[in-house]
Design a protein around this ligand. Structure first.
Ligand code: GUN
Length: 437
């Protein structure tokens, strides 16, 4: 049988180091068959169907290292609050109230928003109930990702508290159905230390590492959360996570804003990954994470959109820009986190966090997770430096094509899979949801 081959022509940003003017990416099935100069490769290979528009930038899709697609239902319902009241008064009652259909709708809208913003992989936390509806929504949306049931066995409303052994049994079931290597894999996602017993933290980390799945939790986001963790464990967040065996290469810590030198040393020594969520950290007034310090220590950092009620939505371009600008302000140094460093975090650094060896760069043999940016809009005129354009000037509306696993999911700036039915469900939910603000 002949393989399915097609090619995209444009200026190629293959990685934070490699730019090819007038290039081509040849895609065969779900992989990149070859990348190089168009004039050279067109003589050497059958290019299959050619997608060629003038003024394209072709680059790796963005890797979103922390999201809550299920919280899309609460966009705009939890504004101007600190983390803990935000969580306890709106987000947790909201998560409790969602039924299977509403979870599916909320997740489909969230994943759709991510795809439209050029995100080809995400690292997503669901809620405690109906995880299969959320995982299936990810599968059906076309996105790649690690999707986790939210694990909680203490300090949340009674309806959300589950028995540790039941939780781990349910997780094993999902891990078997969605193992490492699937486009959508299961992830172990304990919410944060206050909502999880020491045993749940410890045992979920053991299971995640045994099954080579991602372990993903919130840590050191907010001063009140830090105080609560100290009361519960007698330790700082990172020290407690380390003692529970939760730190390591398969671990992603969302936020990590409030860490001291000792904790940074633990993150570095354990090769734990950090997910930076700039707009969420700003909207919830959580703080400015010491990202330049992490980079100086060679700690791997990815960028993320968090959930819609925390950040406003899944706009990856905004997150990249804020990630850079915040460090420039924090360090009072315009050289902090330049565009190329942010590009790396948004692609290869994110892929490293998610344990993907073959994502995040356009190179032969990698998975075909690719986006095409249109540079016809006024915000793209002129372009001196393609990295500067992507990080500081590009917007979601410039995203023309999004390809995941070789399949075109967004074409001409529109989704291939309609989400109309899900929008109807989400609108209806909005009228019914009562929260305690
Ligand atoms: N900490 C515990 N739960 C959450 C959550 O849902 N979102 C954020 N941003 N922080 C959390």
């Amino acid at each position: 049988m002949k393989n399915h081959r097609y090619s995209i022509v444009g200026d190629i940003i293959a990685s934070s180091e490699i730019f090819i003017k007038n290039g081509v990416v040849i895609i065969e099935d779900n992989k990149i068959y070859e990348v190089g100069e168009f004039d050279k490769l067109k003589k050497e290979y059958d290019l299959g169907t050619i997608y060629e528009e003038t003024n394209n930038i072709v680059m790796p899709g963005f890797v979103n290292t922390h999201s809550h697609a299920v919280q899309t239902a609460f966009r705009g319902a939890a504004d101007d609050l600190d983390l803990l009241p935000w969580l306890h008064n709106v987000i947790l009652p909201g998560e409790i109230s969602l039924n299977k259909k509403q979870i599916e709708a909320s997740c489909r809208i969230g994943y759709a928003e991510m795809l439209l913003s050029g995100i080809t992989s995400t690292n997503d936390m669901l809620t405690s109930k109906h995880s299969l509806s959320g995982i299936r929504a990810a599968v059906d949306s076309g996105i790649r990702g690690h999707i986790g049931k939210m694990l909680m066995d203490r300090n949340v409303p009674e309806e959300m508290i589950e028995d540790k052994d039941d939780i781990l049994k349910e997780c094993t079931n999902y891990a078997t159905k969605f193992p490492n290597g699937n486009r959508v894999q299961f992830a172990y996602t304990p919410r944060f230390i206050p909502a999880c017993s020491n045993e749940l933290m410890r045992e979920s980390a053991i299971d995640a590492y045994e099954k080579q799945l991602i372990f993903h939790t919130h840590s050191s986001e907010n001063m009140d959360e830090m105080k609560w963790v100290k009361e519960l464990t007698g330790k700082s967040n990172i020290e407690a996570l380390n003692e529970f065996g939760c730190m390591g290469q398969n671990t992603i810590l969302a936020h990590a804003i409030w860490t001291d030198e000792r904790e940074t040393k633990i993150i570095k020594e354990t090769e734990t990954n950090i997910s930076h969520n700039p707009s969420s950290n700003m909207k919830l007034a959580s703080g400015i994470a010491p990202i330049s310090d992490y980079c100086d220590e060679k700690i791997n950092v990815g960028i993320a959109t968090d959930g819609s009620p925390a950040s406003g939505g899944h706009d990856f371009f905004l997150e990249m820009k804020l990630a850079s600008f915040l460090q420039k302000i924090k360090n009072k140094n315009p050289k902090s986190l330049p565009a190329k460093d942010i590009f790396y975090m948004a692609t290869k650094g994110g892929a490293k966090s998610l344990n993907y060896e073959n994502v995040g760069e356009l190179k032969k043999g990698n998975l075909a997770d690719i986006i095409v940016l249109n540079t016809d809009n006024p915000n793209a005129k002129p372009i001196y430096d393609p990295y500067s354009f992507v990080v500081y000037s590009a917007q979601t509306r410039d995203v023309d094509k999004v390809i995941v696993n070789g399949e075109i999911q967004v074409d001409n700036g529109s989704l291939i899979n309609s989400i109309k039915d899900y929008i109807v469900i989400a609108e209806k939910y909005k009228d019914e949801f009562i929260f305690n603000k």
